[in-house]
Design a protein around this ligand. Structure first.
Ligand SMILES: *Cc1c(COP(=O)(O)O)cnc(C)c1O
Length: 359
């Protein structure tokens, strides 16, 4: 019998439903969670205490404008508060920005392979994606500049790039920005900025003052260890920040998330010392992989990229059997987070045992 269904935008036929990764078998009761680039460090006691205290007030709505947190973020970066906008994760800010430009014909330009949520968010917002292939695992800025059309409204630059870990220098970024039309918003997704160690500036934040069409996205999900609470922010021109604040889903920044982010900023020194540990582990893991004959691009983030091509799924399955969760991009590669020393050792054992002929 014909049963009519609610009629939706046709793009929903293309968007895949969320499917959890294949279950990873615990080994000795433990799973190495190296699939989502989370902080491997436990929550600091002061942050846990702030979360507990905020939990006692959740019968009330959160502070709509999150004024204390905005003020603290502004102070942290030495910018006026009017340049800061918050979102329930930096992906919420991306969604807000895409909604803000989603008129018929509007395009968003980004590199590919890059963060897997860019196409999903663009589709949801009704914005056409234009993808520019990576060159040697890195963003090809000249090709991206050449792909700008009069329909391009947003350019997303993932720096360092997820999942390849490669980072751009300030000079090449400046050259690129000089070529971008002033009415096109450039969003630099700096989810991993805290892990960058190359010489020279590690963030585009300082470039925002001179360029009203440039904004930086940051998150509390990685270096600050709050992935489960959903909180991120944008620093950019006061006009852009003000418009995105309008697009925020009301009350989507929970009281608990606001309190935790404030506590995390207070504990910044401790958290950045944890980042130093991860950076040291990143070097150790990469060196061990190189020594075992793997070809791994230099990473400025908290993960490494194994370009396994057609062998990606098999390798991920063999990791899963060893209790290790990695992120698979079938046919392309595997991304492995830099975790605790023990988890990294478990991964190294699996990777070193993987036959060179199968890479
Ligand atoms: C992890 C990640 C984020 C963080 O997203 P949140 O919504 O803040 O958790 C953003 N961009 C990229 C490229 C990421 O890898």
């Amino acid at each position: 019998m014909f049963r009519p269904r609610p009629r939706l935008r046709s793009v929903f036929d293309r968007i895949a439903s969320y499917r959890p990764d294949e279950a990873v078998v615990p080994v000795a009761g433990r799973v190495c969670a190296l699939g989502a680039n989370e902080s491997p460090h436990g929550v600091l006691p002061d942050i846990a205490a702030a979360v507990m205290a905020a939990a006692g007030t959740v019968n009330r709505y959160p502070d709509f404008g999150a004024s204390e947190l905005i003020a603290q973020i502004a102070r942290t970066h030495g910018v006026p508060e009017e340049r800061v906008a918050l979102g329930a994760g930096s992906v919420a800010l991306l969604q807000m920005a895409l909604q803000a430009i989603a008129e018929p014909g509007a395009e968003v330009l980004y590199a590919w392979r890059s963060f897997e949520l860019y196409p999903v968010l663009a589709d949801l917002a009704g914005v056409r994606s234009v993808r520019v292939p990576l060159l040697n695992e890195a963003l090809d800025l000249p090709a991206m500049a050449a792909a700008v059309t009069r329909h391009t409204r947003i350019i997303i630059i993932c720096n360092p790039n997820n999942p390849t870990g490669t980072a751009l220098g300030q000079a090449e970024l400046r050259d690129f920005l000089d070529l971008v039309p002033a009415d096109c918003l450039v969003l630099i997704d700096e989810a991993y900025a805290e892990y960058v160690r190359h010489p020279g500036p590690r963030s585009a934040l300082s470039l925002c003052r001179e360029r009203p069409n440039l904004a930086v996205l940051r998150t509390f999900s990685k270096a600050y260890g709050l992935a489960g609470l959903r909180i991120g922010y944008l620093v950019g021109d006061p006009f852009v920040a003000a418009q995105l604040r309008k697009a925020c889903l009301p009350y989507s920044l929970s009281t608990v998330a606001q309190a935790a982010a404030l506590a995390a900023l207070k504990a910044q020194d401790q958290l950045l010392a944890q980042v130093d540990e991860t950076v040291a582990e990143r070097a150790r893991v990469r060196q061990a992989l190189l020594a075992a004959g793997w070809d791994i691009p230099r990473s400025e983030a908290n993960f490494l990229w194994l370009r396994l091509g057609e062998a990606s799924a098999d390798f991920a399955r063999s990791c899963a059997r060893a209790g290790i969760h990695v992120r698979t991009f079938p046919g392309e590669g595997v991304r492995v987070s830099v975790g605790s020393q023990a988890d990294n050792d478990a991964f190294l054992a699996a990777a070193v045992a993987w036959p060179a002929t199968a890479r």
